[in-house]
Design a protein around this ligand. Structure first.
Ligand SMILES: [Fe+2]
Length: 267
């Protein structure tokens, strides 16, 4: 946690880093929740498969390819819903709006990173656009749109922390695995770049949580609630689905996916 008085983001925020005592406590609550999610992640078959030295490089890369496809499917929706949600903040919150918008603009480009890596790992553009998004991706889109329409816009900050801090934690643990397995950066740059990118983003969101709870103590409940809403659909269902597509538990990526409505493959 970083509450230095001269942090760049801190100085820009209306509270200028003079956070209420509750701020540090709340950040700790969020950090503990993310750690709990990550503990659950490490218990899942997709994680155990990735970490198992007996798993082939090919299978590992297929799992990442399918995760990138999922990101391609859901992230356009979470970005659009996120902008909608931020747009409902009080108009007087100029600085917070600017920081959140700039951050979200950076995130918007990451969809392209995921799609680039999906293709570098052998994914088909035609397929990605032809198949409707998977059920777990649809659930993510559904939660984000409901939050965007019906929740306090301050809740956005809590949900976003799950994206940012968890991605940082996971990416930083995966990079050494890539080295051990001798993977090239090509096709995995989404993850490699997020190990550093999301360190900055997680820090920014921590400041926004702190600023928000200092000036709007009632926003705490909305931030925690939206974190929990999002946690119900991310990441376990969507990463499990990607793993099941990659390993053939669900029919293979070029096969008859149950929700596709495309019928049996003709080849
Ligand atoms: Fe990020």
């Amino acid at each position: 946690m970083s509450h230095e008085p001269h942090d760049h983001e801190t100085e820009q925020l209306p509270s200028q880093g003079r956070y209420s005592p509750r701020a540090a406590e709340l950040v700790k609550i969020f950090d503990d929740r993310v750690e709990d999610v990550y503990r659950q992640v490490r218990e899942q078959p997709f994680w155990k498969t990735l970490m198992d030295a007996k798993t082939s490089n090919e299978t590992c890369l297929k799992i990442f390819r399918e995760v990138f496809l999922s990101i391609y499917w859901y992230q356009r929706q979470t970005t659009e819903a996120g902008f909608h949600m931020i747009g409902r903040l009080p108009g007087s919150e100029e600085t917070m709006l600017k920081l959140l918008m700039l951050h979200k603009i950076e995130e918007a480009g990451h969809n392209g990173w995921a799609f680039r890596d999906y293709q570098l790992l052998g994914g088909s553009v035609e397929y990605a656009d032809k198949i409707p998004m998977s059920p777990a991706c649809f659930a993510i889109a559904g939660v984000w749109w409901r939050m965007a329409i019906a929740e306090s816009p301050f809740g956005y900050i809590g949900a976003e922390y799950l994206f940012e801090y968890l991605t940082m934690r996971v990416a930083q643990d995966l990079v050494p695995v890539f080295k051990q397995r001798g993977f090239k950066a090509e096709g995995l740059k989404f993850i490699i770049d997020h190990a550093t990118e999301d360190e900055k983003h997680a820090k920014l969101v921590r400041h926004l949580i702190s600023d928000s709870v200092t000036r709007y103590p009632e926003s705490e409940a909305a931030m925690l609630r939206c974190f929990d809403y999002f946690r119900q659909v991310y990441p376990l269902p969507v990463w499990t689905e990607a793993y099941e597509r990659a390993t053939g538990i669900t029919p293979q990526w070029d096969g008859d996916l149950p929700w596709s409505g495309l019928g049996k493959p003709t080849k």
